[in-house]
Every structure is written in C-alpha cells, then in structure tokens.
Design a protein around this ligand. Structure first.
Ligand code: KG4
Ligand code: ZN
Length: 342
C-alpha cells in the first residue's frame, strides 16, 4: 500500500508543509518564507519567527491537502522536524503535529531536520545508492557524514565554529548585501574575480581531517575590508564576494572529496541551503568526476536544498516503514545531533 505523509517544518524562518507519496513523489510542497520580515534585522529574530509560524501553519496545512487532492483521513502519518533549530519555532510545528495526530488519529513521526536535508535527494527521481558520503551545509550546520545503509548515519566531521551558511550570511551583512547572504554573494560573485583577494583556507591537520572552520576566513575578509577602507579606497565588492565564495567552496570541496576517497562510497549526496550555491555544485561535480569518476553525485534542485517539508516527509517514509512512532509527549530538541533520529 502506498504511504502518504504530510511533513511540517518550522525549525527556523520557513513555515513549510508538504505531502509526499512513498518517500519520493511530491504531491504538494508549500514554503512560506519569512526572509522579508527578518532582513531588516540582518538575521532571524526567534520571537518573530515563532509568531509567524503560528499564523501560517494551519492555512498551509489546508492548502497542502487541497493541492495534493487529499482528505486528511487518507494521510498515513505526520512528519515533523523536532530538532535541531530554534526552540520556540520548533515548538509550533511539534505542537501542531501532536494536536492533529491526536485529533485525526494519524501516527506522528519525529524527523531530525538535518537528516531531512539529506533526504531531499530522495525526491530527485534518482535512486540513492548506499554506502554514501553526505555533506550537509546549511545556515546552522556543516557536517560530513557516512551512511553504510538506510537509516545508518555517522558523523565524519563538522564545523568547529561558524557553519558555511552562517559565514555567507555574516559576510553579506558586513558588505551590506542583506539577508540571506548566500544567494546575494552567489550572484554578485559572478561579476568578480575569485583570485583577486588572497584569503586563507583552514585545513586543521590530520586530527581535523574532515572538520571545517570558517571563522578565520571571516576575520580575514573583514580585515581586508577595513584595510582598504582605512586607505580611503573603495572595496571592490564583486571581487571580494567572488574570492570569499571561492575559499568556502574550496574548503567544502577539498574535505568532501577527501572523505569520498577515504570511504569509497557508491554515491555522494549534497544537501542544505549552501548546496544551492552555483559554484559549489559546479566545482564538486568537476572534482568528483576527475578524482572518483565511479561515484554517483546527487544534489537536490535549488528549491529542495533550502528548508522545506517535502524532505521531512521523504525521511519519515523510511522511519514509518520501520514502525517508528512518537508518543504525544514528543518535545522539541534544539541541539539534536545528526547521528540521532530522536
Ligand atoms: O538549509 P537552510 O535553508 O536552513 C538551515 O537549515 O539553516 O540554509 C540556509 C542557508 C543560509 O545561510 C543561506 O545564506 C544559505 O543557506 N544559502 C546559500 C545559497 N542559498 C542559500 N549559500 C550560498 N549560496 C547560495 N546560493
Ligand atoms: Zn535546514
């Protein structure tokens, strides 16, 4: 029998609801972004995020059912992000999912938001072959992972300071490019020279072989900008954006390809908002086909790299088949680790 899972996502500044059939076919996928609300503050304001989620979640649930052409009684389960994320924001999704699960008598499946990002790759139509190496590069996390079989995910390395998306956002803010910074830098960088400004790439030695660090790069960009301005000169924003982006992409590509060469997987999965970056997608593909031509690269389309609920419903499909079900005392876990399902 087919499974019809409704996903609810409220971990940060996107309220999202989706219905996915059998973990791979999207029937509806609605995302209400709050970026306009937060952009004037230069980042996400948690209290505003929670209030907006509350306002949006019920209409989106109705709309997602309507678009999918379903009655709620046809749903097999609810999938909800219960962590990691902003606690007040997560609680809106978790409380809504619990209430509807109880009222509609539909099982509830908690999904780790980070794992959800990887499952966006299951919505691409391609078959995900294990074992795989996965990169999650988002606004809050930068993780390199290894999955030997379905549901088994171990952490190979992670960022020691800022996440890749956070570095994009902070640099964009300091250059006056607005929030979120990733897309702004991505498009500005197309007009610039990536070799114009010399910037550091952190390698972290053998012990930190699969770990990342972006804070040194961030400081170097800010110092460069200050030095130029102190001389009374104008910063070439295109060149600085292109050089910064190239440094982030080099670090992400180097470490990910090193993990691929080390683990010899069947596939490489990219995910998270930073996987929407055009240079990262292009350079990862080039380097993988040169260094490990037999490894299959999967990368979700741009709209499934950033936060959405379809990815959660896809992840929940596999948990549902294993009989996973959350009790009604399910709580939000703001610091949930990627290695844990709940
Ligand atoms: O995965 P996501 O939507 O939310 C989190 O779970 O954090 O990621 C959001 C992050 C933001 O930091 C945003 O600037 C970054 O992804 N991002 C990008 C691009 N599009 C979004 N970073 C680089 N290039 C992009 N094109
Ligand atoms: Zn996310």
């Amino acid at each position: 029998m087919k499974t019809l899972i409704m996903g609810l996502e409220t971990s940060c500044d996107e309220t999202a609801v989706a219905v996915v059939e059998d973990g791979c076919r999207i029937l509806s996928n609605l995302v209400s972004s709050q970026t306009d609300l937060h952009s004037r503050y230069g980042g996400v304001v948690p209290e505003i995020a929670s209030r907006k989620h509350l306002e949006m979640i019920n209409p989106l649930i109705d709309e997602a059912l309507k678009e999918a052409g379903l009655h709620y009684q046809q749903l097999s389960a609810f999938a909800v992000s219960h962590g990691p994320g902003l606690v007040g924001a997560l609680l809106v999704g978790v409380s809504t999912a619990k209430a509807l699960s109880y009222a509609w008598e539909i099982p509830l499946i908690p999904v780790n938001h980070l794992r959800g990002h990887l499952y966006a790759n299951y919505l691409t139509g391609a078959t995900v072959k294990h074992p795989y190496v996965g990169l999650i590069a988002s606004g809050g996390h930068t993780d390199l992972l290894y999955s030997s079989e379905e549901g088994e995910i171990t952490l190979l390395g992670e960022t020691r300071d800022d996440a890749a998306g956070e570095a994009f956002d902070k640099i964009a803010r300091s250059l006056g490019l607005g929030y979120p910074g990733g897309p702004a830098i991505d498009s500005l960088a197309r007009e610039g020279d990536p070799a114009a400004v010399e910037l550091p790439r952190a390698s972290l030695g053998e012990e930190g072989r699969f770990d990342f660090s972006f804070s040194g790069l961030k400081t170097a960009v800010l110092n460069y900008k200050n030095r130029v301005e102190q001389k009374g000169e104008e910063v070439n924003l295109e060149n600085l954006a292109a050089s910064f982006q190239q440094a982030v992409v080099d670090m992400l590509v180097d470490k990910t390809i090193d993990a691929v060469l080390h683990k010899k997987p069947a596939s490489l999965l990219l995910s998270g908002g930073v996987a929407a970056n055009s240079l990262l997608r292009q350079q990862m593909e080039e380097r993988l086909s040169r260094k490990a031509p037999g490894v299959f690269l999967l990368c979700p389309p741009v709209h499934l790299c950033t936060d959405n609920a379809a990815m959660l419903a896809a992840a929940a499909h596999f948990q549902y088949r294993e009989g996973a079900k959350a009790p009604l005392d399910l709580n939000a876990i703001p610091d949930l680790a990627v290695s844990r399902t709940s």
